[in-house]
Design a binder for this molecule. Structure first.
Ligand code: F6P
Length: 539
């Protein structure tokens, strides 16, 4: 503990010192900077050289990782120890992408036989739906899937579909998550129940939104096909197999997973069955294989050369060393446009904690706000604030080196913007440079005095760039696994349990209390504002 406190102190001091330097000048002062801070892993090129740390800062960050025993925690996770201590569960989403013969145990019990059995059922089901062997109630093949789920039962599969979907899919895939009926209505308006397979995805099978949408979908199917017909169009994914049976899904249409897979880590499981059907099994298998490659790297590489560890340390350097309380993730890829939404759950649900597993308050800040959207679109939206706002927000920029999609020439334009932004964030633009340009244009001295400061860019805004060779199932799997392990490492260093989510419970309980009040009128006890709003809605 003393070592850990001392390591934190060293990190904070090193960050203070580095924060007074200019990142761009660190390249001259540190001849090996680029080499030390770039890595190639599983088809991803990770460049951390534009981050705010100097050599001493990086060293202090690595010391902190050693002092927090990231290596020990990593071994405990892969070894199937119950590291989700508040729920007494192992954390083994990595088993879902491991080879069938891998030796993986949860609390001492081997898991791979079960994992492989579900994978084999998923594969057979995906192939049978695609070939038309599994048909709808009227004998027609399925041409669409309606995936119903929320949070971890939605964000991952949605991102996966966008990232890897064919341009013209044989089977269309739609998603419904929100309990706002508008989403259900808009999504199903042009769907044909006769040729739609509904897959209900809920780890717990108790989630209000999902059960409401599942009920709506069943009614939508039954209106066209009758109750018995509707059953032939249903499949379910859950760890609560008793509840899926009670909902009326036939046993051979239910695909399980395990309590050692957290919702936000579940896209490697049967939770993504809809994507495996709509993209084909090989695509899904490639996705698992890419993640397995990242797992092998994370598990075996030294902390100094470990991509998830270094990305986590850059975040901790910014967050705790330099007090930067947000981070923006911007994929220069339309297919990855939902990455930030996925990461919001992965990082903020995992690490948005204020106490450790011992119940004591943490001593330092934990998860930051993460936000983002696709480049170049964001350049025309919030990037003004990123370049010239009063707060510095570290960035993660993600690019795809090669793409054959779309008209010729567009991809180069996309990439030029990506590189330009990363350079501009770091280098900025000096007042002298602006003055020289305005002077050359013949602008008056008085105007220059007011214009030059407005057109100056301070720069020195840190960013990490992740360049994927191509966006393939493998590289995409590696990218998501990279973020999962990054989140884990941060949680270890912050001293929190990244695998529970008690903070989402209170709102659910209170909504459960308010619903009957809105429906029947018996008023409960509330604060004045909430009571007034309930009264207003009842009128
Ligand atoms: O809202 C919290 C949460 O429990 C998430 O952690 C989870 O991904 C989501 O709800 C959906 O839960 P389920 O898959 O059990 O329906």
């Amino acid at each position: 503990m003393a070592d850990l406190d001392a390591a934190w102190n060293r990190l904070e001091a090193a960050a203070k010192a580095a924060g007074e330097k200019r990142i761009v000048e660190m390249f001259d002062a540190e001849p090996r900077r680029l080499e030390t801070l770039t890595l190639d892993v599983a088809g991803l090129h990770v460049d951390l050289s534009k981050q705010a740390w100097d050599e001493a800062g990086l060293e202090a960050a690595l010391d902190l990782a050693h002092a927090a025993d990231v290596e020990g925690a990593r071994a405990a996770m892969f070894g199937g120890a119950a590291i989700n201590s508040s729920e007494g569960r192992a954390v083994l989403h990595t088993a879902l992408r491991a080879k069938a013969d891998a030796d993986v145990k949860a609390g001492g019990a081997p898991v791979m036989a079960e994992v492989e059995a579900v994978r084999a059922r998923m594969k057979a089901f995906a192939e049978a739906v695609r070939s038309g062997e599994i048909k709808g109630a009227t004998g027609k093949p399925f041409k669409a899937i309606l995936h119903i789920g929320i949070g971890g039962s939605d964000l991952g599969p949605r991102l996966l579909w966008d990232a890897l979907r064919p341009v013209k899919p044989q089977i269309d895939l739609r998603f419904v998550a929100n309990v706002d009926g508008a989403e259900f209505a808009l999504t199903t308006a042009d769907m044909d129940p006769e040729q739609t397979l509904v897959i209900v995805v809920s780890k717990t099978f108790t989630t209000q939104e999902t059960l409401a949408n599942a009920g709506a979908a069943r009614a939508w199917l039954a209106a066209a096909l009758g109750e018995t017909g509707a059953n032939q169009h249903l499949a379910a994914i859950s760890t609560a197999l008793d509840k899926t049976a009670a909902f009326g899904v036939a046993d051979d249409r239910v695909f399980g997973f395990w309590d050692w897979v957290g919702g936000r880590y579940s896209l490697w499981s049967s939770v993504s069955l809809s994507v495996a059907v709509a993209c084909g099994w090989d695509v899904f298998q490639g996705f698992l294989d890419g993640a397995a490659e990242m797992d092998a790297h994370f598990r075996t590489a030294s902390l100094e050369a470990n991509a998830p560890v270094l990305i986590a340390l850059a975040q901790i350097f910014n967050r705790n060393g330099l007090d930067r309380r947000a981070r923006s993730v911007v994929p220069y890829s339309h297919r990855l446009r939902r990455l930030a939404s996925f990461l919001q759950q992965l990082e903020m649900e995992s690490n948005g904690k204020s106490v450790g597993p011992d119940g004591r308050p943490v001593k330092r800040g934990t998860a930051t706000v993460v936000f983002g959207d696709e480049g170049t679109n964001v350049q025309h939206a919030y990037f003004q604030c990123m370049h010239q706002g009063t707060d510095i927000t570290p960035m993660e920029l993600i690019g795809v080196a090669k793409s054959d999609e779309g008209p010729a020439g567009m991809h180069e334009k996309l990439l030029s913007n990506l590189l330009a932004q990363a350079e501009a964030f770091m280098v900025g633009r000096t007042t002298e440079d602006v003055v020289a340009e305005l002077t050359a244009k013949g602008v008056s001295e008085a105007e220059i005095a007011t214009l030059a400061p407005q057109r100056t860019f301070a720069g020195n805004r840190p960013s990490t760039l992740v360049l994927m060779d191509r966006l393939t199932p493998r590289t995409f799997g590696a990218l998501i696994a990279l973020y999962e392990h990054k989140t884990f490492v941060e949680g270890v260093i912050w001293g929190i349990n990244s695998f529970d989510q008690w903070g989402v419970e209170l709102g659910k309980v209170m909504a459960g209390r308010i619903l009957p009040e809105l429906e029947s009128g018996a008023a409960g006890s509330h604060d004045p504002s909430t009571a007034a709003l309930i009264g207003r809605l009842k009128k």
